[in-house]
Design a binder for this molecule. Structure first.
Ligand code: AMP
Length: 425
């Protein structure tokens, strides 16, 4: 098979690494890829939103399967355009990806199909949004409806902060059109986890759980990021919790999307809060998480390619995947200044080679004319390892981090802390 992966992050490096290892894969391309991906795929300089060029490349090169990594091209309809050109795609249509592209749509779907989620209302009027926010106890959650690069959610500690967040989104247009409509919702208390399921439009096949670390600083302090580290499995996801997530959240959503004429093909990523009443949906995403994808790929024993294909041709029923029982843990190394502005082009030296139980995935790197690896972007590396428990996986990952010579980079030193606290008991 000839396979094209779209994207340039650690998620796409992990997907390329698994796909390249498949005996089914004869030729692997990645658009645009990065310096790490170049070790396992041929990188082609086409951006993720250059749809005409992507479709032309896929048809000219007779690509058998396109795997779309990031949400933005999905929400804008890349899968529809590729399918219209006769190319098989792992990734939802524009109408199905609205589950991530519009938080209001996602909430209405949850309400219609009885999926447990935070109490909410949608608004296009700032005064009405503020009035509803005052009916909820603080903290109150304010969400820009559209895609805002993970920054469109404000947990307002007081009603005054909620007013300010509503003004920023709706009147000052901090996130542009994404904030013209907002969701105001109740704050859910509990522990968060990420859960993933492959979908072929009809059937949902559970993958495994993971836990991300959104905040930039140790002990979950400081501003939110795209994710500073992850591990899988997440001990909070007991078999009973996973069963409830599938029965109460994932399967009703897949059936609901189908009933709405928006069958979902690809990977459904459910952000879950495990509350005192059980799992509740925080949000859906229409693609793999990053860095969750890195830890999922490390734990996956089975060939990934047949599973991706089964999503495209409706044969996911009766499919089974095998997983390593070990824990995988990824530590993200970012350029100093992240999640604020960063300077690109610093040199990363002494990157450890891939081992049996560890690999450094690249999230934002380029090779310069001298052949050196340069950092490009906020999140740059996802240093990943497998261990018999979280403590061991963490020790291995940080041993690799400490080998890397990159003075301009930093990472959190406590990835996995919740699970380690549990293991210590
Ligand atoms: P989202 O982009 O919707 O996942 O929101 C980003 C983050 O905000 C989530 O990962 C949660 O940590 C937090 N969050 C969002 N909605 C809620 C809620 N209703 N209650 C508590 N925390 C929330």
């Amino acid at each position: 098979m000839r396979i094209l992966v779209i994207g340039s992050g650690g998620r796409e490096h992990a997907l390329c690494w698994k796909i390249a290892a498949s005996p089914l894969c004869d030729k692997l391309y990645c658009a645009p890829g990065n310096a790490g991906i170049a070790a396992v795929a041929e990188c082609v300089p086409i951006g993720v939103e250059e749809f005409d060029r992507l479709v032309a490349f896929a048809t000219e090169r007779k690509i058998d399967l396109v795997v779309v990594g990031p949400e933005a091209p999905l929400v804008k309809g890349i899968a529809d355009q590729l399918r219209a050109a006769g190319v098989a795609v792992f990734g939802p249509s524009m109408k199905a990806a609205e589950i991530e592209g519009s938080k209001g749509f996602m909430k209405d779907l949850a309400a219609k199909y009885g999926i447990p989620t935070a109490r909410y209302r949608r608004f296009t009027d700032a005064a009405e949004a503020k009035a509803f926010a005052r009916t909820l106890p603080a903290p109150v959650v304010i969400k820009a409806d559209g895609l805002a690069a993970g920054k469109g959610v404000v947990i307002a500690a007081s009603h005054a902060e909620a007013d300010a967040a509503i003004d920023d989104m709706m009147l000052n247009r901090q996130f542009g059109a994404a904030g013209d409509s907002v969701v105001v919702e109740e704050f859910l208390k509990g522990e968060e986890l990420s859960f993933f399921a492959l979908c072929d439009g009809d059937t949902a096949l559970p993958l495994v759980s993971a836990q991300d670390h959104k905040q930039v600083g140790d002990g979950d302090t400081g501003p939110n990021t795209g994710g500073m580290g992850a591990y899988s499995p997440a001990p909070v996801a007991t078999p009973e919790i996973e069963r409830r997530i599938m029965d109460e959240i994932v399967r009703p959503a897949v059936a609901g999307l189908k009933a709405e004429g928006r069958p979902f093909q690809g990977v459904l990523f459910a952000g879950i809060m495990v509350t005192a009443e059980g799992p509740k949906l925080i949000e859906f995403n229409a693609r793999f998480g990053d860095p969750e994808c890195e830890v999922l790929c490390l734990r996956l024993m089975s060939d990934l390619v047949p599973a991706l294909l089964a999503c495209t041709d409706g044969t996911l029923k009766n499919f089974a995947l095998r997983w390593y029982p070990e824990t995988a843990l990824a530590v993200v190394m970012a350029t100093k200044g992240y999640p604020g502005s960063v300077t690109n082009g610093s040199i990363i030296r002494n990157l450890p080679p891939e081992g049996d139980d560890c690999i450094v995935f690249h999230c934002g790197t380029k090779r310069n004319a001298q052949g050196e690896i340069e950092a490009h972007g906020g999140r740059v590396l996802a240093v990943s390892a497998l261990g018999k428990n979280v403590r061991e996986a963490q020790a291995k990952a940080y041993a690799l981090v400490d080998e890397i010579d990159w003075p301009e980079g930093f990472c959190r030193r406590d990835i996995g802390w919740r699970a380690i606290a549990r293991e210590g008991k």
